[in-house]
Design a protein around this ligand. Sequence first.
Ligand code: 5GP
Ligand code: ZN
Length: 145
Amino acid sequence: MPLVARYGTMRENSWLEEHRGGNVLDMVVENCLFCKIAAGVIPSKIVYQDQDVVAFEDINPQAPQHVLFIPRRHIASMANMTIEDGPVLAAIFMTAAKVARDLGIGESGYRFVANVGPDSGQSVFHLHFHLLGGRPMGWPPFPKK
Ligand code: 5GP
Ligand code: ZN
C-alpha cells in the first residue's frame, strides 16, 4: 500500500508542497510520530522548516516558549548519531538560536536540551531538542531529595 494511502490525505503544508512535491512521505519511518509531523501527515504548529530541519511547538509546553527541533530525516536518538550527521546537527543548533531570537528570548536566555534514554524520560525516538524559555529555570533539572 502506498504511504499516502496508509496515512490518508496530507495536511496542507505549503512549504512541503513547494519544495518536495509528493516525495516527503518516502522519508517517513513507519510509526514515527516526528517523521509524520515533518511530513505534514500529523498536524503541528510549525515554527520553522527547511530541507533539513523542522521546528514546531511542543503539544504539552513546559515553559512559556517550548519548541522542538528535529532533523527531517529520521535519526532515532543522540545515541544513534554518526559523524555524517554533523552538518544537520549544526543546522539544528543555528536554527534554534535564530528561533530563540525571533521569539524574543535571545537575550533573556533559554535551555536547549535532548533527553536520551529511560532516566531522562525520552518518549519519542526521533532525535529532537527542546528549546525552553520565557521564564527563569532551575538547575539542576531534577527535584531535590
Ligand atoms: P521527550 O520526552 O522524548 O524528550 O520529548 C517528546 C516531546 O514531544 C514531549 O515534550 C511531548 O510533549 C512532545 N509531543 C508528544 N507528542 C506530540 C505531538 O503529537 N505533537 C507535538 N507538537 N508534540 C508532541
Ligand atoms: Zn522519525
